[in-house]
Design a protein around this ligand. Structure first.
Ligand code: ATP
Ligand code: MG
Length: 456
């Protein structure tokens, strides 16, 4: 059976579908609709044809899927998904010397932001773009009159990947979509590169729609930034690899602390609001975790099958234990904060602190002394510089974002799917977060590695 991905949209939003042998009704980029495009200056002729597709996945659902794989149609066992292949096109829609391109980074920090900014600037310059600017401090930079746009060039960005953070700064909240598009018009921006998570992409999609409504020839291209690796369909997002590597260091510290103390327990809280990929991968990589708790798998702290009972067993048998918990895990056990951040995201209650407190109470009642050390390395991890594999991923994503904009696509985001680099329509990837499948082999491999039982 075949699955049709919704159309990828061009800068006009009303292009003609290409008759396709794949039964796909994809929209063509604007260059097919409006002739008179410009030949690309690229000397290398490895152009990607606009009809090129990547087979996303073929999955036989009769057996358990890998983590995060989803059944699109419960009635079929074989599903094919095709997506647009990313890369440079022979015909480009914009005339490079007339283009003004802008880059904005929103949401929280993630390793690799500077790598992506750098690569977008470098690639734009190679196309011949002269006017490249950075919008400071996320979407806020479009409305705050005190913030002026930052001129960008290869010289400015040459070494920015050597440190973490974002050269442009980030923020949450900010102006409405109308105000952002007014600002785009005032500034004469033709290409907007948006680096951010689900919220930022919802914003980017709304900006794209508003530009279509106003018939503005602006290409809005996203680069998904989620350290949690929770974007649908993508193999991985930048920053995740680095986060897992850094999380291992925190786990190792917790292990040494726990191991060196009498009845020591280390608790490490890791990122993962709705998905436990960082916790699971860090547990698998470190080999030092006894209990891994993720949002997707419910657990009890108390009772005969609770986490605390198991920790007691570990203290008695091993003398120490290390727990890693994703920030979104066990939220049902906690009182809701009812607070939201500037972007409207719910502020989660602190599961790490709660586990630490309950553990102290539990062992006090048993008159068993335990030495609990709690580590929250979140901000240290987010601010790290990207590691080698993320550095490469960022480079390719940044280049492909520019190729996508020059091809005339808009309302798209770039990603790596099934080891190929692709363009995806934004709404398709942000409808909900990708979560790990508790029935997947990877989660079971994690359980085998930690040796933990079910806590229900
Ligand atoms: P992170 O993964 O770090 O949370 P994020 O992109 O989800 O990244 P948010 O703070 O939620 O971070 O959102 C970033 C920006 O996107 C904010 O300026 C916010 O105002 C805007 N935004 C969030 N949700 C929407 C939405 N549904 N429509 C339009 N704009 C949005
Ligand atoms: Mg978010």
């Amino acid at each position: 059976k075949r699955f049709n991905l919704p159309h990828i949209t061009d800068v006009f939003g009303d292009a003609v579908p290409i008759p396709s042998t794949f039964c796909l009704k994809m929209r063509s980029p604007v260059s097919d609709v409006f002739p008179g495009v410009y030949p690309s200056d690229e000397e290398w002729h490895g152009y990607i044809n606009n009809n090129d597709r990547v087979l996303l996945k073929v999955i036989n659902y009769s057996s358990p899927t890998s983590a995060g794989a989803e059944c699109i149609d419960p009635n079929c066992t074989w599903v094919e998904q095709w997506v647009h292949r990313a890369g440079p096109r022979e015909k480009i829609y914009f005339k490079p010397e007339e283009v003004k391109a802008a880059i904005v980074t929103c949401g929280g920090l993630c390793p690799g932001l500077n790598d992506v900014i750098r690569q977008i600037v470098i690639t734009l310059e190679i196309y011949g773009v002269k006017k490249i600017v950075g919008i400071p401090f996320g979407y806020r930079g479009f409305s705050d009159k005190e913030l002026t746009e930052m001129p960008l060039s290869r010289k400015v960005v040459q070494n920015i990947h050597l440190s973490g953070g974002s050269l442009l700064g980030v923020s949450r909240g900010g102006p409405g979509i109308g105000e952002i598009v007014d600002s785009l018009q005032e500034r004469g921006i033709d290409m907007l590169f948006v680096l951010g998570g689900n919220g930022t992409h919802a914003g980017a999609n709304a900006i794209h729609n508003e530009c279509r409504k106003r018939r503005l020839k602006v290409a809005v291209v996203g680069v998904p930034k989620t350290i949690d690796n929770d974007i649908l369909l993508m193999d991985k997002t930048f920053g995740f690899d680095t986060a897992v590597e850094e999380a291992q260091r925190a786990i190792n510290s917790a292990y040494i602390e726990a191991h060196s103390a009498y009845h020591g327990v280390g608790v490490v809280k890791l990122m993962g609001r709705s998905s436990g990929f960082i916790a699971m991968h860090a547990a698998l990589a470190s080999g030092q975790i006894d209990v891994c708790l993720v949002p997707e798998v419910p657990f009890q702290l108390h009772g005969p099958h609770g986490v605390l009972r198991h920790l007691k067993y570990l203290i008695e048998t091993k003398g120490s234990a290390v727990v890693c918990v994703a920030e979104g895990a066990g939220q049902n056990l906690l009182q809701k904060t009812n607070a939201t951040d500037a972007s409207g995201n719910i502020v989660l209650s602190d599961i790490g602190v709660y586990i630490q407190q309950e553990m102290k109470k539990y062992f006090k009642e048993l008159s068993t002394p335990v030495d609990v050390k709690y580590i929250d390395p979140t901000y240290m991890i987010r601010a790290c510089r990207a590691n080698a594999s993320d550095g490469i991923l960022c480079t390719v994503l940044g280049q492909n974002a520019v190729h996508g904009a020059f091809a005339g696509y808009s309302g798209i985001t770039v990603g790596i799917c099934n080891t190929h680099y692709v363009y995806l329509p934004i709404p398709e990837v942000i409808s909900h977060p990708r979560i790990l499948d508790p029935n997947s082999r990877m989660w079971h491999r994690c359980l085998t590695s930690t040796g933990q039982p079910d806590f229900i």
